[in-house]
Ligand binder design. Structure first.
Ligand code: XMP
Length: 185
């Protein structure tokens, strides 16, 4: 698998600090509910809440799980929430966090489901955005970096389960033998 570093650690650290500042400035209160989508957002979430903590933000943190049906490196278009947050978000400020905005199906569905639970304020934050791949009309309120249409790995994102631990973002060439499967992102 051919790969190259697309976003290095220093650039990530700078951008996460900027995002935290931007978000902290917009929040209606100091105690938002920050809800990440498993599994890809776990590294970004950890850095983001710690950067926000340095600015006095004291969030409650939880995760949701979403299933994508189809080949792992190609979105099939079928997305299902299979673990909702156990936080009672009604009347609270909610920040939804995902690793990457690709076709837009995941964020669109998850945001709609969250809105039904009547938070007082809701914003979305993605570490990466691939606008060229968008199929659903959705934008994130906060975006770390825009990336081209390449498969990206690292900083929580994976290729067939590998690479999530990398502290930087790499662009990789996809394997050709990816069979259809259900994948928890
Ligand atoms: P959609 O298409 O619903 O997809 O916006 C969002 C989810 O698809 C996964 N995804 C990726 N994961 N490298 C990854 O490791 C990528 O380049 C990539 N593109 C999409 C991701 O889980 C995201 O939540």
């Amino acid at each position: 698998m051919e790969s190259r570093v697309l976003i290095d650690e220093a650039a990530i650290a700078r951008r996460v600090a900027e995002l935290a500042k931007e978000i902290a400035g917009d929040l209606p209160d100091q105690s938002p509910m920050v809800v990440g989508l498993l599994t890809g957002s776990f590294v970004f979430m950890a850095d983001l809440v710690r950067a926000a903590s340095r600015l006095g933000i004291q969030p409650e943190v939880d995760f949701m799980a979403v299933s994508h049906y189809g080949a792992t490196m190609e979105a099939s278009g079928i997305v299902e929430v299979h673990k909702q947050t156990s936080l009672d978000v009604r009347g609270h400020a909610v920040l939804l966090v995902d690793d990457i905005l690709d076709t837009g199906r995941t964020l669109s569905l998850v945001r709609d489901r969250m809105v039904e639970r009547e938070p007082a304020w809701i914003r979305t934050c993605v570490f990466l955005d691939k606008p060229s791949r968008r199929e659903v009309d959705v934008t994130a309120d906060y975006v770390g970096f825009e990336v081209p249409d390449v498969w990206v790995v690292g900083y929580g994102l994976d290729a067939a389960g590998a690479g999530r631990e990398l502290p930087y973002i790499m662009a990789v060439e996809p394997d050709e033998d990816r069979a259809d499967e259900t994948d928890e992102q």
